[in-house]
Design a protein around this ligand. Structure first.
Ligand SMILES: Cc1cc2nc3c(=O)[nH]c(=O)nc-3n(C[C@H](O)[C@H](O)[C@H](O)COP(=O)(O)OP(=O)(O)OC[C@H]3O[C@@H](n4cnc5c(N)ncnc54)[C@H](O)[C@@H]3O)c2cc1C
Length: 133
């Protein structure tokens, strides 16, 4: 599930810091949804619409503040994260930072990619890539 690690971590921290008024948990992601990746194969085959594989991140969170933005860089010395949102770029300070940016698929690990040219093998990683065939 896309962003599952980040959301799971946020939920864990919510439970851990339940009575801590001095703690603010912030989840940053450029996607405001969780993607049920096992369903992407059905999107590829046309059995399912890409819209039906994603669920809003905010619905999974209780006290965590969600920020929809892309992380452009991290200044470890100053303890700030550089974010770019739809309209502006901002810096966000932190005390503790957890990174869960996911990964890119390595096509060559999948059997058809061992024999076919790399360009002809596609591995769905988003609703858009799954529905584009
Ligand atoms: C087609 C497919 C089928 C799968 N089937 C299964 C299965 O059946 N069972 C199973 O256990 N696993 C399955 N997986 C694997 C599972 O989806 C991944 O293990 C899981 O998505 C990893 O979650 P994650 O939160 O670590 O990373 P991701 O799901 O990749 O989420 C990372 C999030 O971070 C965000 N992000 C990344 N960089 C930035 C940045 N710079 N700024 C802001 N946001 C950023 C991304 O937009 C994304 O929302 C499948 C994967 C695929 C692609």
């Amino acid at each position: 599930m896309a962003a599952a690690s980040g959301v799971t971590m946020a939920r864990h921290l919510e439970r851990l810091c339940k009575r801590r008024r001095d703690v603010e948990i912030i989840l940053v992601s450029r996607d405001n949804f969780i993607l049920m990746t096992p369903l992407l194969f059905e999107v590829c085959s046309g059995a399912l619409d890409a819209r039906h594989c994603s669920f809003p991140i905010r619905a999974f969170l209780r006290t965590t503040r969600f920020v929809e933005a892309a992380v452009q860089g991290i200044d470890l010395e100053r303890r700030v994260v550089h974010l770019s949102g739809e309209r502006e770029s901002v810096e966000m300070g932190y005390d503790q930072l957890v990174l869960a940016p996911g990964m890119r698929p390595r096509g060559r690990l999948f059997p058809p990619c061992l024999t076919e040219p790399r360009e002809s093998c596609k591995f769905p990683k988003s609703g858009r890539s799954a529905s584009s065939g």
